[in-house]
Design a protein around this ligand. Sequence first.
Ligand SMILES: Cc1ncc(COP(=O)(O)O)c(C=O)c1O
Length: 450
Amino acid sequence: MSSYSKSASILANNRRWIPGGVVSVNRATQPEIAFVRGEGSRIWDADGNEYIDYHAAFAPHVLGHNDPHVSAAVIRTIEQGASLFGSGPTEHEGRLAELICRNAPHVDSVQLLNSGSEATYQALRLARAVTGRDHVIVMQGGYNGWHNDVACNLMTPLSALGPRVTDDEYPFLPISAGIPEAHSKLIHPVNFNSLDAVRAVCQRYPVAALITEPVLQNIGIVHPKPGYLQGLRALADEFGFVLVFDEVKTGFRHALGGYAALAGVKPDLAVYGKALANGYPMAAIGGRKELMDYFVHPDGSKRVLLAGTYNAHPVPVAATIATLERLMEDDGAVYRKLEQLGASLQGSIEESLASLGMAGTVARQGSAFCIYFMDHPPVDWHDIAQNHAFDADSAMRLELIRRGVYFFPLATKQASISAAHSEDDIEFTAGALRAALEKAAAVLHPAARA
Ligand SMILES: Cc1ncc(COP(=O)(O)O)c(C=O)c1O
């Protein structure tokens, strides 16, 4: 049995100085584990327990922890005295911007920020400036950051949300206190995969932007139905709103051009983060030149303010360039490896589910996957909330952690494979998952196990 006594004492000390003892409240978990080291596919906690990591710090580590090429670039940058100057351009930020644009053909230019939330914030501000409109459509079950416009309607209890609505909006249900009432009038959550709902909102309000993850990856993995993203593109053209793909999770993890490239749909704006920098704080907003040029509009009343003391700090810039170099190697070899590992693990999980006689589905996009205890891949949040066995999911995760495989211990959180995972890691994980699925089965069918 793993001991977590040193983790417990770190948390107890932190609680004196930090509300709850952890920064970013969504990092508070059961079991409470303090991690101290990461390398490749592995992480270690303060008590010396070793895990194969699938949490990947909420998905950035596409190459694995402390990728040697990325770490070398970071160390070199510091040694070369590339400090933060906060005045004028740097050669490296230009190189990074060029790499992003060359990899994502729908991106003419980019601006660099520190986090996904900053990037989605700027995307909505830009869309409002360009259109002169205030209303924004978001997705039920989507997550686009912590700011007032988007901190709503994530894993909403159906008791608050009501039944599925496919031709109208849902109520704005904030996931934070302190959001001004005015936002509930401007933000319109709709059902993912329902084009009629978007049309209904557009017919009622002047909509500045629709922001969506192209694959919902904060409630596991929910794919767009065939034609859905193309339908959003057509509605954006018809009603004149700015189509924003939030590729903070999907971008650079699934393909160099993001999910937009895989789907063959061009958003007006895209935002990136996470896998872009393999764990360093970097985000980007990019898109069509006519829109991006509002950041330098000659008419001051139309110019969109984008500022930030730490934007394009040389250390994360170096880490991001190094990450992209790795991702671009050998014509995308990393993505081929990720797909192969993902498919192999999916196959093993499906065999285990079948042999245990469990209703289960592995929803997967390349290296990112989620196991749902339901007989079909989910289509929206209602589908998951109504059909997935959350308690069995939690039991599975606890057993995995006990066996040294770290899935974030919160039901429906996706797992992410990195390029540092080996076939042996996947085989070990498949074995641990088989045992963990037995625990889940005992929750699903307690009588059968008694
Ligand atoms: C799709 C998506 N958008 C935006 C964000 C916010 O990014 P950050 O946590 O870097 O602010 C996240 C974070 O999980 C995300 O998953």
